[in-house]
Each structure stands twice: as C-alpha cells, then as structure tokens.
Design a protein around this ligand. Structure first.
Ligand SMILES: NC(=O)C1=CN([C@@H]2O[C@H](COP(=O)(O)OP(=O)(O)OC[C@H]3O[C@@H](n4cnc5c(N)ncnc54)[C@H](OP(=O)(O)O)[C@@H]3O)[C@@H](O)[C@H]2O)C=CC1
Ligand SMILES: CCCCCCC/C=C/C=O
Length: 335
C-alpha cells in the first residue's frame, strides 16, 4: 500500500490565503483497476488561478493544479511504468489516474522537450506559454514598430509575452515589482524599458518610455497600474486582458463599476478578456504554440527562468510567495 499526501482546501480564502485554509491529508492510494495507473509527482505548479477560482468552488476540495510525475504502477498499456506524464492532479505526492479527461486537455505522456528542462512543461511550454502566445498574438495583433506594454512582465506569462513582442519587432515596455526584475527584463530578456511600478512615478516613466503612446497592452494585473496605462493608450489601441491579480484577494461581490469606461469609449479601445482554454476547443491549438515557443527557446530568442521551491511541505509557501511577487519567471515546486 502506498501512503499518499494531498492538500485539501478547507474553506474559502479571505484575503491572502492562510496556511490554516489548507490541510495536508494522508491516505492510502486505492488498488489499481484495469486502465488505471499511479503517478509519483516530480514538479508541481503554483498559479494565480488557484486564488482566483477559489470563491466559486464548494469547500472542501482537493487543491488542483498542473503537475509532472512518473508512472510507478500501471494497469494501462498506454502509460507504462517509468513514463513521465502531465496531469492536473494538483498538490499531491502520489495519485491514481482513473480518467484521462481533465479540465484543460487530457492526461498525457510528456512530449519530447528536445533536451529542455521538464519543468518548462508547467511554464513556457505549458499553460502559461500557450496563454502568452495566443493571448498576445490573437488579441493584440501586434505590428512591427508598435509600442507594447506588459504588466506582470517578469512572471510566467508576462516574460514570454514581452519576448514574443520583441520577436515581432515591437518596442516593449514591462512593469514589474522589483529592481532585480527590472534588471532581468532589460539586461537578459531584451525589453526596451522595464519599470518598477512600486517605486517609480508610473505615469511619468511610461510617458518617457513611450512618448508616442501605447498601441497594445497585455494586462496581467489590473488595478491602478492598468488605469495609468489606459490613460496613455493610442486611439484604437488593443488590450488583452489576461489577468487581474491585484484584485484576486478582494471579495468579488464588492467590485465597483470601472472608471476606465470613458477611456475605452473615447480612445475606442478594443479590450478583450480571455481564458486560455478557448484555444483548446473545438480544435486543440496548443501544438502550434508549443512548436513555436520550443523553436524560439532553442534559438535563444526566448529565455526562461524557473523559480524553484523544494519540498512537498513548502507548496503553500511557494503559492503565497508567488502571489506576493517572490518569483522571477515561473514558480514551480520540486517534490
Ligand atoms: N486568462 C488566462 O487564461 C490566464 C490568465 N493568467 C493570469 O495571468 C497573470 C499572470 O499569471 P502568471 O504569469 O502565472 O503569474 P506570475 O508568474 O506573473 O506571478 C504572479 C505575479 O503577479 C505580480 N503581482 C502580484 N500582486 C500584484 C499586484 N497587486 N499588482 C501588480 N502585480 C502583482 C507579482 O509580480 P510583481 O513582483 O511584478 O508584483 C507576481 O510575481 C495572472 O493574473 C493570472 O491570473 C494566467 C494564466 C492563464
Ligand atoms: C482548470 C484548468 C484551468 C487552466 C486555465 C487557467 C485560466 C486562468 C485564469 C486566470 O488566471
């Protein structure tokens, strides 16, 4: 019998998730039936949607999320012992896969990453990379020479968006929450300008960096920063609304009508919110994004960084650390 551990969310979060909102539960993995296989987790992802989706899910629930693991026992010939798989089994060290269908695609054997690190399948070559690729290219429709602004620029999605924008010949300005992140964006990733939104006069810094205004905005954060950026958008500018992490710790029933509406109206902005699963149905277009991103990474046109926390007991810390901005690049846990 294998003893397994999983994180159960006991109650809805109030503000920043608390350690006590989770309980680590130990249990015995069930015996495998035909078609089933067990997985030992190696890499577990921590993502903002865990926070954003929490209020809509009845508690208690098992904390979901993407993970990469190896098959330890199998009664399914398509998933032999030792193969490496990608699942949405979440924060657990062992799990049994009984059903391949999941909410974002299916459980599958990890494709050949051509020598790149496995954990990229949780970041640049996983859901965040696909989000960056389609969310930017299909909604912002960038043209060479245009000015693109990215908020949350040093994170999993934002760092990829900014580099895709450079590949497409745009001038790229990123906002991030520390001087180290700003250095990384400018010196290593090739952003034309990066701005620490916590210390800069954001409006002035953006005017200096984008004297001709902003054509495209890829928004990961929302809030005051977004209001300042909308003020400097050009007529017919395009906004890809990917996330609004600055609001996730608020109670959704207290959201107010946005005072951004006059800016959207008079600048005639196209603002489009999206959720990445839209590019899975009716056709699964992930291979298109993953192929392009893999090539760019191998050609050195896109650089990646993983922010690695070690230990199953540290997943909560990695999660709240990511929400607080401790990560540069993709936040992952090695278990
Ligand atoms: N629409 C979709 O389908 C998807 C949306 N998303 C969204 O994209 C965004 C980025 O996700 P992801 O790349 O995985 O996460 P990141 O790797 O960017 O990590 C989150 C980052 O958010 C920043 N942050 C936290 N609080 C604030 C705040 N109040 N104001 C500004 N920045 C803040 C922090 O960076 P800093 O130090 O710069 O503050 C932190 O590092 C999230 O909003 C997420 O919900 C992600 C995937 C799919
Ligand atoms: C259940 C799988 C969900 C993956 C898509 C996440 C969309 C994220 C939205 C905001 O962060």
């Amino acid at each position: 019998m294998v003893k397994a551990r999983k994180y159960v969310v006991k109650r809805h979060f109030q503000g920043v998730p608390k350690k006590d909102d989770f309980e680590i539960v130990e249990y015995e993995l069930p015996q495998l039936k035909n078609g089933h296989f067990s997985v030992k987790a190696e890499w577990i992802s921590v993502d903002p949607y865990f926070r954003a989706y929490n209020s809509n899910i009845p508690t208690p629930y098992d904390q979901f999320g993407f993970q990469i693991g190896t098959v330890t026992e199998s009664k399914n010939p398509h998933f032999p012992v030792g193969c490496r798989v990608f699942t949405h089994k979440g924060w657990c060290d062992y799990s049994v896969v009984t059903n391949l269908k999941e909410t974002y695609g299916n459980v599958h054997i990890l494709p050949d990453l051509q020598g790149l690190p496995f954990e990229l399948a949780l970041g640049a070559l996983g859901m965040p990379g696909v989000t960056a690729y389609f969310g930017f290219l299909e909604i912002c429709k960038p043209k060479a020479g245009e000015t693109v602004v990215v908020s949350g620029a040093a994170g999993a999605v934002g760092s990829i968006v900014g580099q895709i924008a450079k590949i497409k010949g745009c001038r790229v300005i990123g906002f991030a929450g520390s001087d180290d992140k700003v250095q990384w964006l400018e010196k290593e990733l090739g952003f034309d300008k990066a701005i620490n939104y916590k210390t800069a006069d954001v409006s002035k810094a953006l005017k200096d960096a984008a004297p001709k205004g902003v054509d495209c905005y890829f928004d990961n954060v929302g809030g005051e920063l977004t209001a300042t950026i909308y003020n400097q958008m050009n007529l017919y500018g395009r906004v890809s609304l990917c996330g609004c992490i600055s609001s996730y710790n608020e109670d959704p029933t207290t959201y107010k009508t946005s005072s951004l509406l006059p800016l959207i109206l008079f600048k005639q902005l196209q603002v489009e919110g999206f959720l990445v699963p839209r590019w899975l149905e009716p056709e699964d277009r992930r291979p298109e994004a993953i192929t392009a991103l893999t090539q760019w990474i191998k050609q050195g046109k896109i650089k990646t960084r993983s922010h690695v926390t070690e230990g199953f007991d540290k997943i909560y810390d990695a999660f709240v650390g990511m929400l607080a901005g401790e990560n540069t690049g993709k936040a992952v846990v090695k278990v």
